[in-house]
Design a protein around this ligand. Structure first.
Ligand SMILES: Nc1ncnc2c1ncn2[C@@H]1O[C@H](COP(=O)(O)OP(=O)(O)OP(=O)(O)O)[C@@H](O)[C@H]1O
Ligand SMILES: O=P(O)(O)OC[C@H]1O[C@](O)(CO)[C@@H](O)[C@@H]1O
Ligand SMILES: [Mg+2]
Length: 538
């Protein structure tokens, strides 16, 4: 193959020329339906398609070259319909061979009425609408397609886990192996040892149905994981040298950025290698998706720590149980664990600033609760109050982990000490017990609901890859499995929006003050334009 035809954006001479090369192979694929081709003022290629059976209005495919990665496939349709599509082999490989999907001969699927997903099925990002709302952004629906782009015997798949631990990692590994084997008859599957650096620094691990049979019962990841070590060229060299043609990357926001870089390099080299991301986020910090695996388990496991804190607090005079939960930048675990518990008096998260001293501050509230009830439970997310801590120590830490994530100071220890000091000055008896269950919560196997989540995500990823889609993260959007382009997953972090209804529900449930000074309230528009976008819209 002439790989010079698939140049990266950095090699381009003029955008127009690149558009022509980049999308040249796409045009025959859609030419049965296109009415006209043009470039708009932003040099975006606009293809007007003939209406399909459902709608006779034209649909436009817009591929933006002004975007940094130049691979945005945007299809627009009537009434403000937008499809943010994912790349496909046929975008950059001329006439790739296809084969009938082996699922059509699979006993499990033969009784399913419509087992192949309709090509035109898409899932809306926003489901709360008004009569005059535009139809808005959609993502491609996940699931098996009639034709596949791999022959089973030709597949050499690999699985890698990156970033921190999360309940369910082993279940996803297991279900990718089972999905490839049972549904598509794939026999060659490798595990990459110890995260991204394992591609070029370690031997691979053989995976088959036997080796993965029991792994879902254990926490952690049988493959090992790591931070840092992402060297795109070395990784893609290793993929190429080993003859790997399917890459399944299980990891958080950083890992998905790494997956996007690998995909870009693969496309640049013109390789027929699929890259699929399976989002792993105990913090729930990945945007667009409802949630990923591990979160439900984390919230459930956190209850054990909160219960212990409650028992300790209620057993001593002026007892305070303080529990630190994970959540670097996003306080979802703390928020949901609080909402689930009923025993929490106060929840502190990174998104909601608070202060300690004076009227309306945390100390005043603690005093009030102790007076009213004689005890209280505080849940704090690890990323909360970092500004206060840095201020008091007159230094903000610039230390980072190997992936470039800021290393946090222990807010739980610090705030425990500050509360103790405050009450000591007032000569009030206080019994504060600080519980840090963070790593214990992360290390458990996934619960039943997360196991289902893992299975469906793994199967959806396998279907997408076999169908020739590439450079996507699989994710639940409004309860449906979808293929989401990497750039939508990596462009921002999902955070608790404290001006949304869910945080108000929490405040109403604990009856805690918001601790906010007027200036703290920023009515930031939600990036997706969707109220309560991202996780768990209730
Ligand atoms: N911008 C990036 N480009 C390429 N690789 C990246 C990028 N950011 C992170 N990575 C790589 O992705 C891997 C995981 O990243 P990170 O440690 O941030 O965890 P994560 O995937 O975000 O998971 P979590 O934060 O939930 O633990 C690391 O090996 C890191 O080198
Ligand atoms: O100490 P480690 O393993 O780097 O990971 C800690 C971080 O990993 C996470 O569990 C996931 O990002 C965060 O909640 C936490 O801040
Ligand atoms: Mg991360």
């Amino acid at each position: 193959m002439d790989s010079s035809r698939f140049r990266s954006s950095s090699n381009r001479s003029t955008p127009f020329e690149t558009d022509h090369h980049q999308f040249g192979f796409l045009i025959p694929r859609i030419s049965r339906r296109y009415r006209s081709l043009s470039f708009d003022s932003g040099l975006r290629l606009i293809v007007s398609l003939s209406g399909n059976q459902r709608s006779e209005s034209p649909t436009r495919l817009v591929m933006s070259t002004s975007a940094p990665s130049s691979d945005r496939k945007i299809v627009t349709g009537p009434a403000g319909y937008v499809l943010e599509d994912v790349p496909h082999f046929s975008d950059y490989i001329p006439n790739p061979p296809t084969y009938p999907n082996p699922l059509q001969d699979n006993a499990a699927y033969s009784v399913v009425k419509q087992y192949f997903v309709d090509e035109d099925d898409t899932v809306p990002q926003k489901i709360v609408v008004h009569p005059d709302s535009p139809r808005g952004t959609h993502f491609r629906r996940a699931g098996p397609r009639q034709r596949v782009y791999f022959e089973s015997d030709d597949v050499l798949a690999c699985i890698v886990t990156c970033g921190g631990l999360c309940p369910g990692l082993n279940t996803v590994i297991r279900e990718i192996v089972c999905g490839l084997s049972y549904m598509y008859g794939v026999k060659r599957i490798l595990g990459i040892d110890g995260g991204y650096r394992g591609f070029y620094a370690r031997n691979t691990i053989h995976l088959d149905l036997k080796t993965v049979n029991d792994i879902h019962r254990s926490g952690g990841t049988i493959l090992g994981t790591s931070r840092g070590g992402h060297d795109t060229n070395k990784i893609v060299d290793s993929i190429q040298d080993r003859g790997i043609n399917q890459v399944y990357i299980i990891g958080g926001d950083g890992s998905q950025k790494g997956a996007a870089a690998i995909f870009e390099e693969i496309r640049k080299r013109g390789l027929k290698v699929a890259v699929a991301g399976i989002p792993k986020t105990i913090d729930n910090d990945i945007p667009i998706i409802d949630r990923s695996f591990g979160f439900d388990t984390a919230v459930e496991e956190a209850q054990r720590a909160i219960n212990a804190a409650h028992v300790e607090a209620t057993s001593f005079e002026n007892g305070i149980g303080l529990v630190k939960l994970m959540g670097r930048y996003s306080g979802f675990i703390a928020m949901y664990a609080t909402l689930a518990s009923r025993d929490v008096d106060c929840c502190l998260i990174p998104e909601s600033p608070f202060f300690l001293e004076g009227k309306g501050g945390l100390f005043e509230f603690v005093e009030k609760r102790l007076k009213e009830n004689g005890h209280m439970v505080i849940v704090i997310a690890e990323g909360a109050g970092q500004d206060l801590l840095a201020e008091s120590r007159e230094q903000s830490t610039t230390l980072k982990d190997a992936s470039g994530n800021k290393l946090l100071q222990d807010i739980g220890l610090w705030i425990s000490q500050r509360i103790k000091d405050h009450f000591a000055k007032k000569m009030t008896t206080l019994n504060l017990k600080y519980i840090d269950p963070t790593y214990m919560i992360r290390a458990v196997p996934s619960n039943a609901s997360d196991n289902v989540c893992c299975t469906l995500l793994a199967q959806s990823a396998v279907h997408g890859v076999m169908a020739g889609y590439n450079g996507f993260t699989v994710g639940l959007v409004n309860g449906r499995h979808t293929y989401i382009p990497f750039y939508r997953i990596t462009e921002r972090q999902n955070k608790v929006v404290i001006t949304d209804r869910m945080w108000a529900r929490l405040l109403s449930s604990t009856n805690q003050p918001s601790f906010m000074k007027h200036d703290d309230v920023k009515h930031e528009p939600n990036h997706s334009g969707d109220e309560e976008a991202g996780a768990m819209k209730w």
